[in-house]
Design a protein. Sequence first.
Length: 251
Amino acid sequence: MSSWFRKGRKKALFFDMNNTLVDRRQCFHAGFIEVLSQFTARWEADSITEIGTPEDALLAYKAEWSKRRKQPVREPLSSDELRFVCLRKALEPYPLKVSEAFSRAFFQQVEMAEEGYVTLFPHVLETLEKLSGTYRLAIISNGRRDRLESNLARLGLDRFVPRERLFSSERDGPRKPHPDIFHSAMRAVGIRPQEGVMIGNSWKQDIVGAVDSGMDAVWIHPAGAKKIAQRKLGRGQVVIIRAFHQLQTIL
């Protein structure tokens, strides 16, 4: 066992799915552009030139999302409310009435379109293949169960993670970061907390949640320092890496 973790020999690795294994942001970007392009395809070319391309609208949406997420507010918007506000801002140049109903319908179409663009981050399959020789691999996700199962098979992840080791908040417990879903997954896999490591991209949901349940964790943080780092969190140990393939170095 690598010296990165001080407690005993690890037996199981738990992964977040979206934005840890699956590049869900790129899926969303492609789906957004596809759906908006279906609207603009009906319009005259001159109109498109005046209002901008779907790619321009996506950039405006992302900029508004980033701005609002950084603003301190007393009553934070829900995810649906935030998406509506950002979509309304992004589509201001368009001859569209962006109501809450329009926003819901738009993002439902985006969600369906995303499935055609689902892709893994670089080096995921080869890294999982190597790790599966030493550890039991599992997934703990807040995502929709049907989508998780579909992606598991479509992307070839079921070679390493059988469905009985796919744990979703929709079926197996409260949403991360609540410790109960981590405890439920550990019981099903048959390990004690000190024998598991949680790997994810979300500090709050994946890392804090795992440490609160008694596990150590690996935070995949692309914007972090170039060197692999380590920090203490409560009684847990957290290793910070920039890219998925670095798991082969620390585990």
